[in-house]
Write a protein that binds this ligand. Structure first.
Ligand code: HEC
Ligand code: HEC
Ligand code: HEC
Ligand code: HEC
Ligand code: HEC
Ligand code: HEC
Length: 356
């Protein structure tokens, strides 16, 4: 790649004459601006940081990327097909590549930016007819959004579900939340649990992967994914994922390709008016208390690593909504930052429902 870029920057339209030094002003400028990005040192730093990131090293790519329904968000090439044509194709199980987000320069004149695939407002997967707009971050929001909403779990008719548990699951489910007429029976080495779900009063958690899916960040901004809607985070500043997540432009972070926001940079602007770290810590503390209460209800299980796993359960609607709202905050992973006001609204509702 660098051979090619060097070649083009020497012989491209912006001025071979300059490179030859004959009457060079234009060409030299062109070349210097190319080299603000296209140097071996800078590109190596980016590649190193990028290789460490979950966009490459994560475990979901290898298997989810080969399945058509998952691939647009879990395969570095299927996403390009999806962005170009809207087609859902199975991928090869490869993580993101530079070209998943970048394409070619539209122009090599004047102020040259890194060419990021420009994507129009993104269609919501969970809510028909809804779109999200995150500027250059639309490429991010294409993937980083919820796949389901709370309503998809609400039943229309009374139902019972029987599940059998063995091994370690017996201890986990011997006090399960089973609804008003549910039952728990140990039969030899099998625990038989009947979940009773009256549609008017209860909601059933039908999977240990229940929730909005793992990256509902765009929905947090839109305030549309909790059990109640809230006010979108629509400031002039920062709804573009890239402006925060590629803000650390030092070599140490591969010029933003750690995708970690530079909190010191945020603080330089926000000063004492908004203590970002303290706000996130306060939200995290409230989330921890809610998680503890949900664990006591056997709505979730928190493992040794602190990861949260939903449990099969029939819960009174208000408690189930608390579970759902907690999962939204947990999966968003920003400790409320993507919409502090909405995070607080969801937490207050959950605390009330759980008697905290
Ligand atoms: C602000 C950063 C930046 C500047 C300045 C810049 N580029 Fe790029 N360029 C990129 C990025 C990012 C890519 C996409 C890399 C990828 O997909 O591997 C790219 C891709 C390219 C490619 C395609 C390379 C390939 O292998 O697909 C060429 C050719 C190129 N640039 C030439 C130039 C030239 C010539 C200039 C100066 C006139 C220039 N670039 C200035 C960031 C920049
Ligand atoms: C093709 C879909 C896709 C695109 C586009 C995408 N991401 Fe991701 N992102 C993912 C997936 C999938 C993971 C988790 C991978 C894993 O762990 O297996 C992830 C992980 C992350 C993480 C790490 C989360 C963690 O748990 O540590 C951050 C931060 C992130 N993405 C931000 C962004 C930003 C910012 C953009 C846009 C510049 C972006 N992503 C574009 C799919 C995508
Ligand atoms: C998840 C999406 C994503 C992937 C994958 C990605 N980038 Fe980027 N990259 C961005 C965004 C967003 C920007 C910032 C664009 C802006 O601010 O205008 C950027 C900026 C850059 C820049 C300009 C940095 C600067 O200092 O101005 C370079 C160079 C670059 N990327 C190269 C790469 C290379 C090489 C790879 C693969 C090793 C890569 N990127 C992978 C999203 C991505
Ligand atoms: C609309 C986009 C989208 C679709 C479709 C999608 N995912 Fe994801 N998935 C994501 C994003 C984004 C992340 C990373 C979220 C984060 O870390 O914040 C993720 C994360 C994951 C993770 C967690 C990775 C980890 O180790 O933390 C698994 C597992 C996963 N997805 C499996 C699947 C499977 C299986 C399918 C298909 C049945 C699927 N996903 C469909 C967007 C999607
Ligand atoms: C106002 C700045 C800002 C904007 C805009 C923003 N984020 Fe974030 N994001 C953050 C901060 C700060 C964190 C928390 C980082 C931490 O805890 O270290 C975060 C956390 C995350 C995480 C979890 C990272 C991890 O390591 O667990 C993901 C994934 C993410 N954001 C994706 C996105 C996506 C996708 C968008 C656009 C839809 C977006 N963000 C927009 C600032 C922002
Ligand atoms: C250039 C200055 C500037 C930088 C840099 C900046 N912000 Fe902001 N931010 C603002 C302004 C201005 C507002 C709008 C204040 C308002 O209207 O209440 C704002 C609003 C916010 C809000 C909403 C506050 C609320 O009351 O809901 C959050 C959260 C936020 N910024 C986080 C961040 C994060 C995280 C970063 C770093 C990744 C960051 N900001 C970097 C200027 C900045």
């Amino acid at each position: 790649m660098f051979g090619m870029v060097t070649l083009i920057s020497c012989e491209g339209p912006e001025g071979p004459a300059g490179m030859d030094g004959a009457d060079g002003t234009d060409g030299v400028d062109g070349n210097v601006s190319c080299l603000s990005c296209h140097t071996q040192v800078k590109m190596d730093a980016i590649e190193d940081a990028f290789a460490e990131h979950k966009h490459v090293s994560g475990t979901s790519w290898s298997y989810a990327g080969t399945r058509e329904s998952c691939a647009p968000c879990h395969d570095g090439e299927a996403i390009v097909t999806f962005l170009n044509s809207g087609a859902l194709v199975a991928g090869y199980g490869v993580g993101l590549e530079c070209g998943s987000c970048h394409n070619d320069h539209a122009s090599l004149e004047d102020d040259i930016d890194a060419p990021v695939r420009m994507v129009a407002s993104v269609a919501s997967v969970a809510f028909e007819g809804v779109t999200y707009d995150h500027g250059t971050g639309n490429v991010c929001a294409t993937c980083h959004q919820a796949r389901r909403d709370a309503a998809s779990y609400y039943g229309a008719e009374d139902a019972t579900y029987t599940r059998k548990f063995t091994g370690d699951d017996i201890a986990a489910y011997e006090n399960a939340s089973v609804g008003p007429n549910g039952s728990i029976t140990l039969d030899g080495d099998t625990l038989i649990v009947v979940f009773d779900v009256p549609a008017a009063t209860h909601v059933y958690t039908s999977s240990t992967h229940a929730g909005p899916h793992h990256g509902p960040q765009a929905n947090m901004f839109a305030a549309d994914m909790g059990s109640v809607a809230g006010t979108p985070f629509e400031r002039d500043h920062h709804t573009d994922c890239a402006s925060c997540h590629l803000s650390d432009t030092t070599a140490a972070t591969g010029y933003g390709h750690s995708f970690e926001p530079d909190i010191a940079m945020c603080d330089a602007c926000h000063g004492d008016a908004l203590d970002i770290t303290a706000e996130m810590a306060a939200i995290e503390a409230r989330m921890d208390a809610v998680a503890e209460a949900l664990e006591a209800l056997h709505a979730i299980h928190v493992d040794e690593d602190g990861a949260v796993h939903p449990m099969y359960a029939s819960l009174p609607t208000a408690q189930w909504n608390a579970f759902w709202d907690y999962m939204c905050l947990w999966e968003d992973k920003s400790h409320g930052l993507h919409n502090f006001n909405y995070a607080k609204q969801l937490l207050t509702a959950a605390e009330n429902a759980l008697g905290l």
